[in-house]
Design a protein around this ligand. Structure first.
Ligand SMILES: [Zn+2]
Length: 400
């Protein structure tokens, strides 16, 4: 038996009043998804542990059975793994945003969505001026970069910059628990020095002249150290597996858990992604490995845009351009394939951010009797035979 999890990032939603309290999953035409759902058993999964932030990294780790309460290593560590940037055991790894600070306020978390090329110049300047302070910077994508700090303490609290747009930055600076005060001092000083270095940098002068936001400060957050991450094989006894995604974080989680990373040309993480290419890559991968985690980001982005019509279209594209060729390909394989389909978390259009509500799922596998749920959406699955599961419950059922 082979196994595939099709993960529709952020596809679950809340009832939309203009649509008679229906969700995009209820309104969209998705014959392939619905007929697949009808062949299996459905339910709800509580994918976000109580008290944890409903981030994709938390949800996806939890769905894969890598309990984030125990093993979440910080966003920086996961992104470093995805970018193949090594870190030393004594290094504290941070996600390091390039942000905009003006008039004492954290204006945005993205440095005005600075380009890769501009970010590269700024990262170079930071490395020239600040390596003597025991830190080094690695370029990622746009404002999403990394900072490694020698001998930093994990007893600190760093605020995610996207949660505080427009607030005075002094009140948001890293703070300490017992034992972390030296690291806190270093971080606060680094942020202030970064403003001196970046604010007058030619890249930012140019951006201001063009009426763009200056990426004039660093914002290190989500610190952690590598090591101690569980392997997927040990967790589930599945010999080999692969991750297909356009998102670095998902590759980071998979890579640290020993799953192979497959990158598909034209997979953008957006509405124009190469759905067909991802489906084909999943079928190819299942000829070699026993498990594939096929992650598709587009629905989440539509939710963040707050665009219900776009989200409906994403569901329909997902159905016709991803699921349809995927199932056709799986039918050609020599071995039978067990399938699970689910979102990681809801990204409701009205809220434009993630929530912790349970997500709908279904499982289709040989020998599993159909439960009669013939529409895959937030309400219908409540009549499913699987009931409400939590954490790695879907994989447990898939592999059992
Ligand atoms: Zn999201």
């Amino acid at each position: 038996m082979k196994y595939i999890v099709v993960l529709a990032d952020g596809m679950a939603d809340n009832p939309i009043s203009e649509w008679d309290n229906k969700t995009p999953l209820m309104v969209a035409k998705k014959p392939v998804m619905d007929s697949l759902c009808k062949r299996g058993q459905a339910g709800l999964l509580k994918s976000i542990p109580d008290g944890m932030h409903p981030g994709s990294e938390i949800a996806n780790m939890n769905i894969l059975g890598l309990d984030p309460r125990e093993y979440f290593p910080g966003r920086g560590v996961l992104e470093a793994a995805a970018l193949n940037v090594p870190s030393e055991p004594n290094e504290l790894v941070f996600r390091c945003n390039l942000v905009t600070i003006e008039g004492g306020k954290l204006v945005n978390h993205s440095g005005g969505h600075i380009s890769n090329e501009e970010a590269g110049e700024l990262i170079k300047a930071l490395n020239n001026e600040l390596t003597s302070e025991g830190v080094k910077f690695h370029q990622g994508v746009s404002y999403r970069n990394l900072m490694m700090m020698e001998n930093g303490s994990e007893e600190i609290e760093c605020k995610p910059p996207h949660d505080y747009p427009g607030e005075p930055f002094e009140g948001l600076l890293p703070s300490g628990k017992a034992g972390g005060s030296e690291t806190v001092d270093r971080l606060q000083s680094l942020i202030k020095k970064s403003i001196e270095i970046l604010d007058k940098h030619p890249v930012n002068k140019r951006r201001r002249e063009q009426g763009l936001a200056a990426a004039n400060a660093i914002w290190p957050w989500s610190p952690g150290k590598a090591g101690g991450f569980p392997s997927f094989k040990e967790r589930w006894g599945i010999k080999s597996g692969a991750v297909i995604s356009a998102v670095d974080l998902i590759h980071g989680i998979g890579g640290m858990a020993g799953l192979e990373s497959i990158h598909v040309e034209g997979a953008t993480g957006l509405f124009d992604t190469n759905y067909e290419g991802k489906a084909a890559a999943a079928v190819e991968a299942l000829k070699k490995v026993d498990f594939v985690f096929l992650h598709v980001e587009a629905a989440d982005e539509a939710g963040h845009e707050g665009d219900k019509d776009l989200k409906k279209k994403v569901v329909e594209d997902f159905d016709q351009r991803l699921l349809k060729p995927l199932l056709e390909g799986l039918n050609q394989l020599d071995e039978e394939v067990a399938i699970a389909l689910l979102p990681d978390h809801p990204t409701p259009c009205e809220l434009r951010t993630h929530t912790s509500d349970p997500v709908p799922f279904f499982i289709v596998k040989p020998g599993l009797e159909a439960d009669g749920v013939d529409s895959f959406d937030e309400e219908s699955v409540k009549n499913g035979a699987m009931g409400t599961l939590s954490d790695g419950g879907v994989l447990e059922k898939l592999f059992s």
